[in-house]
Design a protein around this ligand. Structure first.
Ligand code: TRP
Length: 333
C-alpha cells in the first residue's frame, strides 16, 4: 500500500437520492478519488432499522450504485460495495456493542428523532445504529469520513468507541476524522427552506430527486418557496431569506461559481427570471448524469459484477482488522 489516506463513506438505499445528496456529498466524493483510497458503500444493514418494503431496498441498492458511477465514482479507482455482502460489518458491530454504553447511545439525537417518528417500532437496531456505523468505519482503518453535519455525532461516538478499545488492547483502530463537505453546499428543502432537503420528505415538491425527469425538476424549482420582498440577495441566517439563499447556493453549486458572484449577477432582477435560470442550470447539471444512469441501471449484470468485486476488495481489507480484534478480545482464531 502507498501512503494515500483512506476515505470511507456510504449512503442508505432508503429513498431516492436528491440533488442535495449529489451536491452536498457525492460530487465531493468524486473529487476525493484523486488524493485518497476511497471506499463507498450502500448501507443496507442500516436501512432495515426502519421498516422497509424489501423489493424497494433491493432496487434502490442498485440505483445508488448506478448513481455513484454515473456521478463519476470510478469502479477501477474506488471500492464500491453493499454492506450486507461483507459480513465483517455485522461481526465487528457485535464486538463493539460490548464496548459501548447504553447511556452514550441514549444521548444520540438521531435515535431520539427517529424513535419519535417511528414510535411503533423502536427496535434495538435503531438504538445500536451508531455502533454498526462505527464498525463500518473502523474496519477499513479509515482516516476520513466525509459526512453531513447531521452525522457528526455518529463520528464522535465512533472515535470514542475506538479510543476506548485501543486504551484496553493497544493500537487496533485508526481514529477517524469527520470531513465536512468543503463546498459547504447544504441544500435545503424547496418548500420549507429552513429544513434540509431530504429524500424522505413527504412532500415530493420539497426535494429534487436525481430520478426526476427534466420537466419535473424545472417545475419544482419554479415552485420553490421564496419571499415577498422581491430582492435577490444572500443573507446568511435570515429566516425570511432562506428560500432565496437556498436557490443561490444551488445555483452556485451547479455552476461552480461563488454565491457572491451569482447574487451580484442577479441583483435587481426578478424572482421569475432567476428561478427559470436556476431550473435550467440544474437540468443541465443533472442531464448527463441521468443519461449515464439510465444506461447503467439497465445493465444489471455489470452492476452486480461491481458489487461482487467491491465486496471482495472490501473483505480483504476488513478481514485484517476483524482478525486482530478477535484475537485481542480472546476469541480462538
Ligand atoms: N448514517 C449514514 C447516513 O444516514 C450512513 C452511514 C452508515 C455511513 N454507515 C456509515 C456514513 C459509515 C459514513 C460512514 O447518512
Amino acid at each position: 500500500m502507498d501512503d494515500k489516506k483512506i476515505i470511507f463513506s456510504g449512503t442508505q438505499p432508503s429513498g431516492n437520492l436528491t440533488l442535495g445528496n449529489y451536491l452536498g456529498a457525492i460530487k465531493n466524493w468524486v473529487e476525493l478519488q484523486k488524493d485518497y483510497h476511497c471506499i463507498y458503500a450502500m448501507m443496507d444493514l442500516h436501512t432495515i432499522t426502519v421498516r422497509q418494503t424489501p423489493a424497494d431496498v433491493r432496487r434502490r441498492t442498485l440505483e445508488v450504485l448506478a448513481l455513484y458511477i454515473a456521478c463519476g465514482i470510478d469502479p477501477d479507482e474506488s471500492i464500491m460495495f453493499v454492506q450486507s455482502h461483507n459480513p465483517a460489518h455485522a461481526e465487528l458491530a457485535w464486538v463493539l456493542n460490548c464496548y459501548t454504553y447504553m447511556g452514550e447511545l441514549q444521548r444520540m439525537t438521531q435515535f431520539k428523532d427517529k424513535s419519535a417518528r417511528h414510535s411503533d417500532n423502536i427496535n434495538a437496531g435503531l438504538f445500536t445504529y451508531p455502533v454498526l456505523m462505527a464498525a463500518d468505519i473502523l474496519l477499513y482503518q479509515a482516516d476520513y469520513v466525509p459526512v453531513g453535519k447531521d452525522q457528526m455525532q455518529h463520528i464522535e461516538i465512533c472515535r470514542d468507541i475506538a479510543q476506548r478499545f485501543n486504551a484496553i488492547y493497544g493500537d487496533v483502530f485508526k481514529i477517524p476524522e469527520g470531513l465536512l463537505s468543503k463546498s459547504g453546499a447544504k441544500i435545503m428543502s424547496l418548500q420549507e427552506p429552513m429544513k434540509k432537503m431530504s429524500k424522505s420528505d413527504e412532500n415530493p415538491k420539497a426535494y429534487i430527486s436525481m430520478m426526476d425527469d427534466m420537466n419535473t425538476i424545472a417545475k419544482k424549482i419554479k415552485s420553490a418557496v421564496t419571499d415577498s420582498e422581491g430582492v435577490i440577495e444572500y443573507r446568511e441566517g435570515d429566516e425570511a431569506k432562506a428560500g432565496i439563499n437556498n436557490l443561490l447556493s444551488i445555483m452556485s453549486a451547479v455552476s461552480g461559481r461563488s454565491i457572491e458572484a451569482v447574487a451580484s449577477e442577479y441583483s435587481g432582477k426578478g424572482y421569475g427570471d432567476f428561478k427559470a435560470d436556476v431550473a435550467q442550470a440544474v437540468v443541465e447539471c443533472i442531464r448527463p448524469i441521468r443519461a449515464e444512469y439510465d444506461r447503467l441501471i439497465n445493465d444489471k449484470a455489470y452492476l452486480m459484477d461491481i458489487c461482487k468485486k467491491g465486496a471482495e476488495s472490501a473483505g480483504k481489507i476488513s478481514e485484517r482488522t476483524l482478525k486482530k480484534v478477535y484475537k485481542k478480545v480472546g476469541f480462538l482464531v
